[in-house]
Design a binder for this molecule. Sequence first.
Ligand code: ADP
Ligand code: MG
Length: 369
Amino acid sequence: GRETRLRVVLRVRPLTRTETRRGDQRVVHSLSDSTVHRSATSSLGARHDATFGFSAVFDASASQEAVFEGSGMRQLVELAVDGFSCTVFAFGQTGSGKTYTLMGPLSQTEAQPAAPALLGLMQRSFSYLLEQSQSHSSDLALSASYLEIYNEQVRDLLSPGPPCALPLRWSKSRGFYVENQLCVDFESLEAIANLLLQVPLTAGSQRRRTSAHALNRHSSRSHALLTIHIRSQAGREKGCQSIPTHTQTWVPQPGACPSKQGTLCFVDLAGSERVKETGSSGELSVEANNINRSLLALGHCISLLAKPRGKRTHIPYRDSKLTRLLARSLGGSGITLMVACISPSSRCLSETLSTLHYASRACRVTTRP
Ligand code: ADP
Ligand code: MG
């Protein structure tokens, strides 16, 4: 029940080949392993400098492994096994490296997996989780659900067939939850990795809404939430009702043993860029407005949550689906890691600055795990 701050780390990706070719300047430099410096010269010749501090800063040379080890992700997995609700969310403009940080390069498929060194926080967490599950004295039962929020609709990425919107409800005991969400058990690394990749045919990351636009062809226009449910079934002996091994919708079973039930949720947020910069129009602009609206709601909640507890007013989680689903991670009993991703390029300066400010505010948010 102790107040715990959100852990916020920053990742600055390398300049891409396109950015280098077109001669973009690097305007973000890490000064130490926890501060980053941004410098820029305005059109009038005035210099603007700013330094920001975070729990950790990873620069262009940081490996995927360094990010896993240095971000506190390993501890987050351990806490989830211990029964806490843990969330990691990647935030930043399209093309800033959110998906790369979470999942590795986009080119990987089931047939052509990414090189082990390039695997992201998700796969590293899964393998650590399975390691824990094998070495743990008690049995861990692992299951996963995968949702996206697209145009303010919550959709199940694991259910076969065309995506349909699921209702988002609230109850006193469960807080906000998605009704009829599919939850599948898994026991191996391949099974869970395939859940993410296999899926051009059935579900998952390939089915997430993507559309080509000026900033990044793979730009994701939806928020994706992968949740791993971890049940440790310690003391399953006498008089205890067994927990079904394959539940479609996962609900704590009444009468089951007092077991630990933790979650580990990975959130890949849609790009934070402004509509005008992406040149979106028509249907795309409706999407972009929905994305901006939910990110704005998230930013608003974060600003209010960043105030000291005594001075907090009502937190408007109900303003968007995203904030409802993240309510527990942000303001309640969760433990949260935020990975802010930025590009070092001079062309992305205004978005980079907005991500840095957003992330700085998030540093002040506290929860009571
Ligand atoms: P986002 O999900 O934020 O839109 P991506 O993760 O798709 O951004 O990254 C955009 C591009 O930059 C991709 O081609 C990706 O492979 C590359 N990239 C991102 N971060 C890194 C990194 N740390 N090292 C090398 N390439 C990266
Ligand atoms: Mg992405």
